[in-house]
Design a protein around this ligand. Structure first.
Ligand SMILES: Nc1ncnc2c1ncn2[C@@H]1O[C@H](COP(=O)(O)OP(=O)(O)OP(=O)(O)O)[C@@H](O)[C@H]1O
Ligand SMILES: [Mg+2]
Length: 1022
């Protein structure tokens, strides 16, 4: 009811909004007529004039206002350019294409919606590619670069060439980002007025520019002004579940052997569980016969029997949900009901004692909905009967404490004892972790569904699109576990070097718009996350598609037989068929059936975009049968062959309902484009994951009531509704997951902005020496605070610690006596509000003394350096510290996310915990980055010779200042070990003509990155 109401409101709101736009369309058409008499040159001149004019406007809002103003004329110019191109030959992806398009009114309407920063829902085949040219042209007049985002490289290249004809005609430049381009080429493409590319390429370029580039010349993008996303639902919703990640070898390496070692144990555990569950099922079958005796009588203990059967089935489901035996029993709706009732009853009990007891009969419990598998006590004993403590982690803090308290241990022994405890801890936790990941790999990850094995590698299959995600790895050891399971080579653990979610990448744009055939069902999410409204644009010609009711079967087997029969029947009539599947496995299964039936067909798995696009383009020919996962050939037009329209057009068959209604609508929309005839029909079985996991009891009840026979199909509009409700539930569930991912990434996002901001400042600064010295000062103040206190007299300070720290980091040969002398003779208080605020006069004096000495030493050092290169070195000193520690931080944050998941048991909101921890560790990160930078100031040089010269000169200077040679000897470390070691990797990298990484800092007066709203110096920067 409510849904209908909302839809009604939505509908009218949509109509209201569109009604306002129609007069603009009319105006555009009028202007276009007047343009027809102009020479070509006159059109191009308009582009130039507008560009000049808009470039002169500085205020962004003013620019936006002006664009709105010229919209009608600009759109008319594009439409007119299309007209002038009619009949011209264009080369698109190696084929000659004759231009034959002038935008229809509905396309102009869609273009206006895109310009307004909204999503235009336009059915497949309505010509969205062309729609985009109008807002792209208008917004490109700003010269700030408009990005058009596509779902794959092929479409990016195709559309940039195809639509490029219009832009070029009008005097705009067009670029396209493709996978293998080097940075220099990419920069050129981004410099164009319009740039086509996939979301991954845009996102990765952003990460490389901001997280990895060391010099401005290495950066390729030039800001994020306006993006139009084609197939926006696929990108902002389906792809948004997995963040973009640039990874490299892990800093911490986990021993991969442990996966191999436990593999046999896990395999026998799984066999034991299978046997156990089979036993439960046999038992359940026996009881079922008792419940329904042959004579048809009603047993007196029917209720008890029912409960017992339910429990047995529930346990079997928990232990081995995909067991064929179980699935067979569950074909009987009564069994489904009994199992559901038993489960409900167990969960209804507050104490969950009985639930727990039932679970403990198993070796492990599988939770398919949450993708989790958990060992029970019984399972643990099975795996390690010899060692009951194998799964108990030692309490490190207590153990350390005991070691510290043990009077029999000398310091060396204590260290040894502690490292033994530590090792034991690490070994055990690795084992526990590996076992749990192996269990998941075996129970929840199915070959050819979740992944495929190719060339001795495990490749993830995207569950929504069926595409192979080459190069992506599951994190946290799961990938290694699956590799162990499949017996392929186990690859090294990788870690995140830079990452961003799709959501946060696209939020960078000042203006965003999107187009797709299917957005309406996800309108809420688009609005919540991206603030994108949706407008549904009417089709150019009325849609003629006939959608049949869904056909429901009890088993997959029956369903596929029915699909096959329908294919044979339509194929006989000569009608082309497009059969959609939700997985590569289903495609292959069906393909096998078609082969046996002798029906020629093609199978597309969204692997080879260009080839598949060509095949799908022919899918509308007479007699063609095409099987495709839902992303295969998306964006490619299916034109009907001669005579096909008379037969009824393309027939689309869905072999399963997808989790999201949107994807089903997308499949349906492949036929009946531009007013063509066409039809669609979905087939479902109760064994489909969607029905098994999310199907309501209602469907089961309907089935039970009607009592369908083997092979019999069920069709009813009511069923369509129930199925749709199941889909809505899953959509909600998935939305929550994506929202959660985003909430977690939002924490990272703030941190990323600060770090990237800091980095960029350093990269773009003319001269970073001031920053370097500022950082040094901050760190010295921080260290003074650690080794001394305003409340204590100088002789109570840890002066040795301070002097050691200074001499370790800077070539000063500072002595304790110097510090004491300075401290005792200083009486000036620091200026309130300055960096030194809060220090005592003595502390302040020492601070200034040390800082000045460091500055002097640095100036001396700089004298010997190559003046151009020293700038580079300084930049890299900062950047390398940032990058190194930021990556370690990312690694830590990854593991934090995983660890926090477990804390949810403690009744605390894991997100809040995560935020608190993330905040704390970011504070530490900022301090560590600065300390690291400080540490490296004197450890880098433009050349070894310059450095040696500096050291010699420094020694002379110090000797001159302090006639007694004694200080030099008193701190031999600073002379020998330190200084000669100082030229380290930074210098080496420089001499190789390359650079290492660096990092940024937050200004003391900037708002604190943690989001507290305070100034940084009053918050994390204290
Ligand atoms: N104004 C027009 N006049 C004539 N043909 C057009 C026009 N606009 C688009 N077309 C044709 O319609 C077909 C579909 O176009 P396009 O691929 O852009 O559709 P789409 O909306 O992007 O579909 P999909 O959802 O499949 O990506 C193309 O063959 C194109 O040439
Ligand atoms: Mg398209």
């Amino acid at each position: 009811m409510v849904g209908k109401l909302i839809k009604k409101i939505f509908g009218t709101k949509n109509e209201r909004e569109l009604r306002k736009l129609w007069p603009i369309v009319k105006k555009i058409n009028e202007i276009e007529v007047s343009l027809q008499s102009l020479p070509d040159e006159a059109l191009r001149e308009k582009t130039i004039k507008w560009k000049e004019e808009i470039a002169s406007i500085k205020d962004k809002q003013e620019v936006a206002r002006r664009l709105d103003e010229i919209l009608p004329e600009a759109f008319a110019v594009v439409k007119n350019a299309c007209r002038r191109l009619l009949g011209k030959e264009i080369e698109v992806r190696g084929h000659k294409v004759i231009w034959d398009m002038v935008p229809f009114d509905v396309q102009i309407l869609g273009g206006i919606v895109l310009h307004q920063g909204k999503i235009a829902e336009m059915a497949t085949g309505e010509g969205k590619t062309l729609v985009a040219t109008m807002p792209v042209y208008l917004n490109a007049l700003t010269g700030r670069g408009v990005h058009l985002v596509t779902v794959n490289d092929y479409l990016a290249a195709r559309d940039s060439e195809w639509m490029g004809a219009v832009y070029k005609f009008l005097g705009l430049t067009v670029g396209c980002i493709l996978h293998d381009q080097p940075p220099s080429v990419r920069r050129q493409q981004y410099a164009c007025d319009v740039t086509y590319g996939t979301n991954a390429e845009f996102g990765f370029d952003y990460l490389r520019d901001n997280g990895m580039a060391l010099f401005a010349e290495e950066q390729v993008q030039r800001g994020h002004y306006y993006a139009i996303i084609d197939e926006v639902d696929s990108i902002l919703i389906d792809e948004a579940r997995t963040p973009l990640i640039i990874s490299g070898p892990a800093v911490v390496n986990i021993d991969n052997e442990v996966y191999v070692k436990f593999k046999p144990a896990i395999e026998s555990l799984i066999r034991a569980q299978t046997r156990l569950c089979d036993k439960f099922l046999d038992e359940a079958e026996k009881l079922y016969q008792k419940l329904h005796p042959q004579d048809g009588s009603n047993p007196p203990d029917a209720e008890k029997l029912e409960h017992e059967i339910g429990l047995l089935l529930y346990k079997a489901k928990l232990g081995n949900p995909k067991s064929p035996k179980l699935l067979k029993l569950m074909e009987n709706p009564e069994c489904v009901r009994l199992a559901n009732e038993a489960e409900l009853q167990l969960h209804a009990d507050q104490s969950k004692r009985e639930l727990y007891a039932q679970k403990e009969e198993l070796f492990f419990a599988i939770d398919e909905k949450h993708n989790d598998a958990d060992l029970t006590e019984k399972g643990r004993l099975f795996l390690r009967p010899d060692d009951p403590n194998a799964f108990v982690l030692p309490d490190l803090i207590t153990a350390y404490h005991e070691i510290d308290q043990n009077p029999n241990l000398d310091p060396l022994k204590r260290v040894e004892a502690k490292s033994k405890v530590q090792e034991d801890f690490e070994r055990k936790s690795q084992q526990i972790h590996a076992i749990s990941q192996l269990l998941k790999a075996y129970c929840l990850f199915e070959k050819d569904v979740d992944y495929v094995v190719q060339d001795n590698k495990v490749i993830i299959v995207d569950e929504h699109t069926g595409r192979l995600m080459i190069g992506r790895r599951w994190s946290d050891g799961l990938h290694q576990a699956v590799e162990a399971k499949e017996g392929v080579e186990i690859e090294r653990e990788t870690q995140t070097l830079a990452t961003i979610t799709i959501q946060n990448y696209f939020r960078l744009y000042e203006k965003l718009a999107g187009m797709t055939g299917t957005a309406e069902t996800e309108a809420q999410e688009f609005f919540d996350i991206y603030k994108l409204g949706v407008n549904v644009i009417p089709t150019n010609k009325p849609c003629q598609r006939k959608d049949f009711n869904d056909s429901v079967y009890k088993t997959k087997r029956e369903k596929f037989n029915a699909v096959l029969n329908e294919i044979i029947e339509y194929h006989k009539q000569g009608r082309p068929l497009l059969v959609g599947t939700v997985s590569v496995e289903a495609s292959e299964h069906l393909s096998g059936m078609l082969k046996r039936a002798g029906i020629p067909h093609s199978v597309l798995n969204a692997k080879y975009h260009q080839q598949e696009a060509e095949i799908i383009a022919r899918a509308g020919q007479r007699g063609a049968v095409t099987i495709a996962t839902n992303m295969a050939g998306r964006g490619t037009d299916i034109k009907l062959g001669p005579g096909v329209a008379e037969l009824g057009g393309l027939h689309v068959i869905g072999t399963e309902r997808h989790e999201a209604r949107r994807i089903d609508r997308q499949l349906r929309g492949r036929c009946a484009r531009q007013g063509d005839p066409g039809s669609s029909h979905f087939f479902i079985s109760l064994e489909d994951d969607l029905m098994r996991l999310f199907g309501s009891d209602r469907i089961v009840k309907i089935m039970e009531r009607i009592g369908i026979e083997e092979g019999q199909e069920l069709q009813h509009p009511l069923l369509n509704r129930s199925i749709e409700n199941a889909q809505k539930r899953v959509e909600q569930h998935n939305f929550q997951i994506r929202k959660r991912t985003l909430e977690y990434d939002d924490v990272m996002n703030k941190q990323r902005e600060i770090i990237y901001g800091f980095r960029n400042e350093i990269i773009h600064a003319e001269d970073v020496r001031d920053r370097l010295m500022d950082i040094m000062e901050e760190v010295v103040v921080l260290k003074i605070g650690q080794y001394s206190s305003a409340a204590n007299e100088p002789h109570e300070w840890n002066i040795r610690g301070l002097v050691d720290w200074v001499n370790f980091n800077f070539p000063l040969s500072l002595t304790e006596k110097e510090v004491i002398d300075v401290a005792l003779s200083s009486h000036e208080e620091p200026v309130p509000g300055s960096l030194f605020d809060g220090l005592s006069a003595a502390q302040f004096g020492v601070c200034v003394y040390i800082i000045n000495k460091i500055r002097e030493a640095y100036e001396l050092k700089a004298k010997f350096e190559d003046p151009e290169n020293i700038k580079k070195v300084e930049r890299i000193t900062i950047l390398s510290a940032i990058d190194k520690l930021w990556q370690e931080h990312l690694y830590y944050m990854d593991s934090l996310r995983n660890a926090i998941g477990l804390r949810a048991y403690g009744q605390r909101d894991p997100l809040i915990e995560y935020k608190a921890e993330a905040f704390k560790s970011f504070e530490e990160l900022m301090v560590n980055i600065k300390t690291e930078i400080c540490h490296n100031i004197f450890r880098s040089a433009t050349s070894l010779a310059a450095f040696e010269q500096f050291l010699r000169s420094l020694a002379q200077q110090q000797a001159a200042q302090r006639p007694a040679p004694q200080p030099m000897q008193s701190s031999p470390r600073s002379q020998n070990t330190n200084k000669s070691d100082m030229v380290d990797e930074v210098t080496q990298e420089i001499s190789k003509g390359r650079t290492v990484r660096s990092g940024p800092k937050v200004g003391r007066n900037d708002p604190c990155p943690c989001g507290s709203g305070k100034k940084y110096k009053r918050c994390c920067g204290r």
